[in-house]
Design a protein. Structure first.
Length: 94
């Protein structure tokens, strides 16, 4: 099974030159959980966590989920996502 989410988090984190502990502080997600996601050990990641990580890394949730290769963040668009959009993202995570 592919671990696109974990790979993309790792790539974005390395691009920024930050450690898991730095990302943890920025995103409000534990460093242990980030490590588990990056290693593919945690597969039940919520949309809320994906959004927090994406925001902290300066990328789109779609990029982290492998939906797009575009890393540009459109913060206004992210905040205006409908419930249907969030359900679709959750379906891509599961």
């Amino acid at each position: 099974m592919s671990n696109v989410l974990g790979q993309r988090i790792l790539l974005a984190r390395r691009e920024l030159g930050i450690k898991q502990s730095d990302l943890s502080q920025r995103a409000g997600v534990s460093a242990t959980y980030i490590s588990e996601i990056e290693r593919g050990k945690s597969t039940n990641v919520t949309v809320d966590v994906v959004y927090k990580l994406a925001d902290a890394l300066g990328v789109t949730p779609g990029y982290l989920l492998g939906i797009t290769s575009d890393t540009v963040v459109f913060k206004d668009a992210l905040q205006e996502n409908s419930a249907d959009d969030n359900e679709q993202l959750q379906g891509n995570i599961d």
